[in-house]
Design a protein around this ligand. Structure first.
Ligand SMILES: NC(=O)C1=CN([C@@H]2O[C@H](COP(=O)(O)OP(=O)(O)OC[C@H]3O[C@@H](n4cnc5c(N)ncnc54)[C@H](O)[C@@H]3O)[C@@H](O)[C@H]2O)C=CC1
Ligand SMILES: O=CC(=O)O
Length: 316
């Protein structure tokens, strides 16, 4: 009998077709799984291919457990308690590397769009209010040659640093939880606040989860230059969103580019009202090529488990 696989969102068709050849597949199209729905899924399916927002919390793993494998669609798995999963006998895998370039590209999109006021400019043109070229209108800030500060110098952080250093001649400083030897010319600084203070552009690329919740708090933001631009492509919870809004409203920092939010898809109205902020709807890995590669990697891990092997991207 085929093993029962739950896929919690739509995925690339060729991967879905392949999954259906090997598993008894159910696709859940009702949005994020609540804790109760996640617990029910764990009780009913042999394997699950979930994604961010699906609440595989500690409590979800306390009940009946048919599931043995969770092949997450996404590199970040802060929505899954991987330790609780291991205790319940559930293997968890993720999808690193295949989304590194796409996510670094979206970080650069945010750096450039915020620095050059592209969001404001686009809104002006669409409003019909644009009066034509002027010598002094809508001036942004130069990106080339400035200093980039990366918080979380992992795969994506390094890809961002490479783009900024080799593409835009930027100096790179970074803060990482542990010492890091990296290929891109860059200086590691021990203190987070030193990176916040040194950089013209700060980009956060850590994982989410308990260890990084509100890592960027009011004092960290206060350490930034008043001309500084803050970019977050990691997880919304890594930043104290109220403190960020305050820093933007008061002009303590010059601008922000955000791909992720504390309670996404909810975005606070005060953030929506800010002109000095470019807001994207969690687009980091959103290219057709990348999303297909992520789906394939998630499925390949589930297949490896089903075949009795060790999933190559196992995280617990
Ligand atoms: N916006 C989007 O669509 C996407 C967002 N992401 C987010 O980016 C994160 C990073 O992905 P990767 O670079 O592949 O992971 P990674 O594991 O290669 O890099 C994370 C880095 O952060 C460092 N780190 C962890 N805790 C830290 C702390 N408290 N302070 C400083 N550094 C810390 C780690 O040592 C590591 O070097 C993912 O976990 C995910 O949350 C990933 C893909 C797409
Ligand atoms: O945010 C997306 C991920 O893959 O993590």
């Amino acid at each position: 009998m085929l093993k029962k696989l739950l896929i919690t969102r739509s995925i690339a068709l060729p991967v879905l077709v392949q999954a259906k050849l090997q598993f008894d597949v159910t696709v859940h199209l009702g949005g994020k799984l609540s804790v109760a729905e996640a617990a029910q899924a764990l009780a009913q399916f042999d394997a699950i291919l979930p994604t961010l927002g699906d609440a595989f919390t500690t409590d979800a793993f306390l009940g009946e457990m048919r599931c043995k494998m969770i092949g997450n669609f996404g590199v970040g798995y802060n929505h899954i308690d991987a330790d609780a999963a291991a205790k319940a006998g559930v293997t968890v895998s993720n999808t690193p590397d295949v989304l590194t370039d796409a996510t670094a590209d979206i970080a650069l999109t945010l750096v450039l769009a915020t620095a050059r006021r592209a969001g404001e400019g686009e809104r002006l043109v669409r409003s019909g209010e644009w009066g034509g070229f002027t010598g002094g209108g809508m001036l942004g800030t130069h990106v080339t040659g400035k200093t980039l500060g990366v918080i979380g110098m992992g795969r994506i952080g390094q890809a961002i640093a490479a783009r900024c250093h080799y593409g835009f001649g930027m100096d790179v400083v970074f803060h990482n939880r542990s010492p890091k030897v990296v290929d891109v010319p860059a200086r590691q600084l021990d203190r987070l606040h030193d990176v916040m203070a040194a950089a013209d552009f700060v980009v956060v690329a850590t994982p989410g989860g308990a260890d990084t919740t509100k890592l960027i708090d009011a004092p960290a933001l206060a350490a930034m230059k008043p001309t500084g631009i803050f970019v977050n492509i990691s997880r919304g919870e890594v930043v104290d969103e109220d403190a960020l809004i305050m820093a933007l409203e008061t002009g303590q920092i010059a601008g922000a580019g955000l791909d992720v939010y504390e309670k996404e898809p909810y975005v606070p109205p005060r953030l929506l009202a800010l002109e000095n902020c470019v807001l994207l709807p969690h687009l980091g890995s959103a290219t057709q090529e990348t999303r297909q590669a992520m789906a394939q990697m998630a499925l390949d891990n589930i297949i490896a488990w089903a075949d009795g092997g060790d999933p190559p991207q196992r995280v617990n």
